[in-house]
Design a protein around this ligand. Structure first.
Ligand code: HGY
Ligand code: MN
Ligand code: MN
Length: 419
């Protein structure tokens, strides 16, 4: 099996995974590294240091996407971009996003070590935010690169501690005053390696997943406003209890998702908050999030419209006021598969097995893939666990991903394979 670095000077993929996991590590071995927090800033700056020590020219754009650039000998202008996101969910795993950043760093470093500078420019990117775990907004990094996002999209956003996006951005060293359009028109291709976050590869004993499509996803925050009152003196028939209404809605929308018509639909209520959140007070308001995903746009849309209508009707029947905010809406994306045949040969030559698959998780490739030819491939997640401290991928699988990435980058940036 390929050893990444013989000398102590360059460390293995496991070393980097464990090292980056120290930025935001939680008591139960997970990682919480939210956009623009201290942990996030320290991780980005430490990565920047590593990139420059590896001989890369490093820079941030004005929202905190970090780039490590190796200019091409022949073609300086067009960039082969590779990387993933550095932010995590709350108490997530140490591989989601992070692995893709590290794999890109190491693959590029290995190429530099073995072959010197490439013919075409390679840039490794540590994207500032993908998850939507701190503020109600996803893909802040990649949608700045594509030009879909600007300050308008974050002007009024606040996190659960009532800290404004703008303030957090400034605190992390990216003041609003220095914001500029970060749109990139020089990207020739984007390649991302990511953990699968599901169990398909493991169940099929495959080593590499070649992703053909990424599901569409919509995310909402539903707020139900009733009347808070005394838990003991208020008769059941006289209540406007948003907690009961929320419970009815959640049961109905998840039951609906199980209907065979919605085959493949995934619906998650991941967060629920009550105000004043006290055991002997009927809640004044309850807000919950709704995360809906499907690989077909019209099924996704139909389900969402039906469910929003259902929630409104239930609220009206119980005299509850309602506000619904849709804050994420990414279409299902078909990724570029022109590299798959070349990748299959690389994978076969390594004695590895691949399979084509759809991604149920969202990825930066979903955004970049609409604007630039984009290749996304997976390495297995043990037992399919992700967004959890129990997230795990074996060293062998991690190294397989790095070595496949290295070879495909070699084809593109050194051999100049035009695809
Ligand atoms: O939620 C997702 O699918 C991804 O991990 N951001
Ligand atoms: Mn991810
Ligand atoms: Mn994730």
């Amino acid at each position: 099996m390929l050893r990444l670095y013989s000398s102590e000077k360059y460390k293995s993929v496991k070393h980097f995974i464990d090292w980056l996991a120290t930025f935001g590590e939680t008591e139960d071995g997970g990682v919480t590294r939210l956009l623009y927090t201290k942990e996030w800033k320290n991780a980005q700056n430490a990565l920047k240091q590593e990139m420059s020590e590896m001989g890369m020219e490093t820079y941030f754009d004005t929202v905190g996407n970090l780039f490590g650039r190796i200019e091409g000998i022949k073609d300086k202008q067009h960039v082969i971009l590779t990387g993933s996101h550095i932010d995590t969910v709350v108490d997530g795993g140490k591989y989601d996003g992070t692995y893709g950043v590290i794999a890109s760093l190491l693959a590029t470093k290995m190429l530099l070590e073995q072959y010197g500078r490439p013919q075409k420019t390679i840039e490794v990117v540590s994207l500032c935010e993908e998850e939507g775990s701190r503020f109600p907004l996803t893909y802040w990094g990649s949608k700045n690169i594509t030009g879909e996002y600007s300050l308008e999209n974050i002007r009024y956003l606040r996190d659960l501690n009532d800290i404004s996006f703008q303030h957090a951005m400034g605190e992390a060293g990216f003041p609003i005053a220095s914001y500029q359009n970060n749109k990139r028109n020089d990207i020739k291709r984007f390649i991302e390696v990511h953990i699968e976050q599901g169990s398909i590869l493991e169940k099929n004993k495959a080593d590499i997943g070649l992703v053909t499509h990424i599901v569409g996803q919509c995310r909402y925050t539903v707020q139900l406003i009733g009347e808070s009152n005394h838990a003991g003196t208020t008769p059941m028939a006289e209540r406007k209890d948003p907690m009961v209404c929320a419970a009815n809605c959640i049961v109905t929308l998840t039951k609906k998702a199980e209907a065979s018509y919605y085959q493949g639909l995934r619906v998650t209520v991941g967060s629920i908050n009550a105000e004043p959140n006290v055991s002997n007070v009927i809640a004044k308001s309850v807000s919950f999030t709704l995360d809906v995903r499907h690989h077909e746009k019209d099924i996704l849309q139909e389900y969402c419209e039906d469910m929003i209508q259902m929630i409104k009707e239930k609220a009206m029947k119980s005299g509850i006021q309602i506000s619904i905010k849709k804050w994420a809406d990414s279409e299902p994306v078909a990724l570029d598969t022109s590299l798959h045949s070349v990748m299959r040969k690389i994978i076969k030559n390594k004695g590895l097995r691949d399979m084509e698959m759809v991604s149920g998780a969202g990825h930066d490739s979903q955004i970049l893939g609409i604007h630039y030819p984009t290749t996304l491939f997976f390495v297995p997640s043990h037992k399919g666990i992700s967004h959890s401290p129990l997230e795990f991928t074996s060293l062998e699988d991690l190294e397989n991903g790095v070595s496949v990435l290295k070879e495909i980058l070699y084809k593109l940036a050194y051999e100049g394979v035009e695809l």
